[in-house]
Write a protein that binds this ligand. Structure first.
Ligand code: PEP
Length: 252
């Protein structure tokens, strides 16, 4: 039985004090929940978020990370830096980073490998564009993204990886994939992982859905057989909505 995971992706929202206040507002619900709860915050908010989450079940995640240990990479943050402030997860390859910051399948893989080597759980994002879906290449594209992200990763390490299926056309658009559409691709990702590593790894790996998940549609999505949680953008910024989603995961 896979434990569900609800992760809020704040993107470039919340100052450190605003973030700490948001965490204070979700703490009680998170502590009562049977799912894991993660907040993915801007780098500058991470120390305040870790402090605010102290003593609770909430884990803190970065939204990105560099794949090198150190060096001349102005503006970047390493796994070691994240670890020292108490970060235990990081998002890797969010479509916004692929689109606006030249993230590639190769850098996604390097970052995934580096996160695992530092005991940071990677939440690796994959997802097709609207034109890829309309042209019938969704499954080919997703298989490629998953296989490239997991290159050079052992079965033992792959079990720790979280994959978030986030169709680009559903992110921040208010246009959610139907329960069936989302589950179909999540099940396909699990099948792809099974081909790579076998049944145990496939059955252990957590696969999330992301893309306009909200307080109203979360229960339906989270009830699907292959959806092990959600990566939530907009709705994670409002404590009551995020708490409703956490409760939906507990009741799924
Ligand atoms: C996201 O940021 O990963 C996301 C899914 O955003 P939203 O929920 O706002 O679509």
């Amino acid at each position: 039985m896979r434990k569900k995971l609800i992760a809020g992706n704040w993107k470039m929202n919340n100052t450190p004090s605003q973030g700490a206040a948001l965490i204070a507002d979700i703490k009680e619900t998170a502590d009562k929940a049977s799912c894991d709860v993660v907040v993915c915050t801007p780098y500058i908010c991470l120390p305040a978020a870790v402090k605010a989450a102290e003593g609770s079940k909430i884990a803190v995640s970065a939204e990105n990370m560099h794949f090198e240990d150190k060096g001349a990479f102005t503006g970047e943050i390493s796994a070691e830096m994240l670890k020292e402030v108490g970060v235990t997860y990081t998002v890797i390859g969010h479509s916004e980073r692929r689109q606006y910051f030249a993230e590639t399948d190769e850098t996604v893989n390097l970052k995934t490998v580096k996160a695992l080597a530092n005991d940071i759980i990677p939440i690796v994002c994959v997802g097709e564009s609207l034109s890829q879906r309309e042209n019938g290449v969704t499954f080919d594209f997703i298989a490629m993204q998953v296989k490239l992200a997991l290159k050079n990763i052992s079965a033992q390490d792959a079990e720790k990886v979280v994959i978030a299926y986030e169709p680009i056309w559903a992110i921040g658009t208010g246009k959610t994939a139907t329960d069936e559409q989302a589950n179909e691709v999540c099940a396909f990702i699990r099948k792809t992982v099974k081909e790579l590593y076998g049944e145990n790894t496939a059955n252990t790996m957590r696969i999330l859905y992301g893309g306009s998940m909200n307080a109203k549609n979360a229960a339906g999505l989270l009830a699907q057989s292959d959806i092990d949680g959600g990566l939530i953008g907009g709705a994670s910024l409002k404590a009551p909505d995020f708490c409703t989603i956490i409760n939906a995961a507990t009741n799924a």
